[in-house]
Design a protein around this ligand. Structure first.
Ligand code: NAD
Length: 332
């Protein structure tokens, strides 16, 4: 493990050649990584494969970059991601999504940010069998968590020069849960008259996103909707290999991660597009106020994609993860 003055942590399986380490070295970013690995058995203190030491490290350093973690379907222990979000109070997941210059998709003008409530809703983990053949899952929405994420969405809009916040919901059917979420968003919106506020039903939101994504700016929504909508948004700009995110927690904790998962179909084959994780690491640098370094790395990534010489398979190219990473370093 490496301890440093700024000491963010890296929760990732890698061998020192991870793209973000290589690029940070090339850009001479003044941080040292404190590296943690997922455990190979359930840690009783976290009830998941996440070790207690990793959790403590994020609490201590308050900032980090996390690799994707696979969650086995239907197994008895807690998901690693859920454990991190719950234990660290990572209440908002910020997922920017914008068209990348030089990489053509059906849309040229996507520039939106999804803000996902990260701690409750359908992800509360409260599921049980009522009788054989009948199961229940509880969707929990609280005033506290809804106000907190709505406040963050408006704060984000204000501090990032954004004009509009759209609350995404299904309150016409889920009157109590999404109804409370909307009520909280409205209350917060009233305190920020300079930001336009609107409410959009989730199904209509999907249609509008596919038809004309440029109508959206900042979108705030309950947990499951955020999970789904942000993958949809990734599809608008070229896929999950491109979209970063940052989890914001209590007391200013920030844990950056790609939107994508462990990509089991291509993992370990030097085929993954490292852009999503690199852009997530740029979000982490901005959180640390290392703006110059963040800008330099951001520009190098955009220039590499725009140049088009080195593109990974998901973008129609044949470059490996390492080729692309080297090209980003060359652009630095
Ligand atoms: P996934 O995001 O891993 O993969 C979906 C598709 O996108 C696959 O075709 C994959 O090849 C592609 N893809 C993803 N990342 C890419 C990249 N960097 N470059 C190129 N292509 C990329 O989703 P999944 O297959 O549904 O989930 C796999 C595992 O990851 C599951 O166990 C799931 O629970 C977990 N997961 C973890 C996180 C997280 O750690 N935050 C997020 C989502 C899913």
């Amino acid at each position: 493990w490496l301890y440093g003055s700024l000491g963010p942590i890296l929760l990732l399986h890698h061998d020192g050649h991870a793209p973000e380490c290589v690029v940070f070295n090339a850009a001479e970013v003044p941080i040292e990584w404190e590296e943690h690995f997922v455990g190979d058995k359930v840690d009783p203190r976290t009830e998941s494969f996440l070790t207690w030491e990793s959790l403590e490290s994020v609490r201590r350093n308050r900032v980090g970059l996390k690799g994707p973690m696979a969650t086995p379907i239907g197994k008895g222990h807690r998901s690693l991601n859920l454990t991190l979000r719950k234990e660290l109070g990572l209440f908002a997941n910020v997922r920017p999504c914008y068209s990348l210059p030089g990489y053509k998709t059906r849309y040229d003008d996507v520039n939106l940010v999804t803000i996902r409530e990260n701690t409750e809703g359908e992800y509360s983990g409260l599921e049980h069998q009522v009788v054989r053949g009948v199961v229940e899952s509880l969707k929990v929405i609280t005033r506290q968590a809804s106000l907190r994420v709505a406040e963050y969405a408006f704060h984000y809009a204000k501090t990032n020069g954004r004009q509009k916040v759209s609350a995404i919901h299904k309150a016409n059917i889920m009157r109590k849960t999404d109804g409370l979420f909307l009520k909280c968003c409205r209350e917060v919106a009233e305190k920020h008259p300079e930001i336009t506020y609107e409410e959009v039903i989730i199904d209509n939101c999907c249609m509008m996103l596919v038809k004309n994504p440029s109508v959206f700016d900042v979108l705030v929504m309950p947990n499951l909707y955020g999970d789904i909508i942000s993958d949809l948004c990734a599809g608008l700009i070229g896929g999950l290999g491109l979209t970063p995110s940052c989890n914001i927690g209590e007391g200013g904790i920030a844990l950056a991660e790609a939107v994508h998962g462990s990509a089991p179909d291509i993992a370990g084959k030097n085929l993954a597009n490292p852009t999503a994780l690199l852009l997530s690491s740029v979000m982490m640098l901005r959180h640390l106020n290392l703006t110059d370094k963040a800008d330099r790395i951001h520009n190098a990534i955009l220039n590499t994609i725009a140049e088009g010489k080195y593109r990974t398979g998901d973008l129609g190219g044949s470059a490996s993860t390492r080729d692309f990473t080297k090209a980003v370093c060359d652009h630095l």
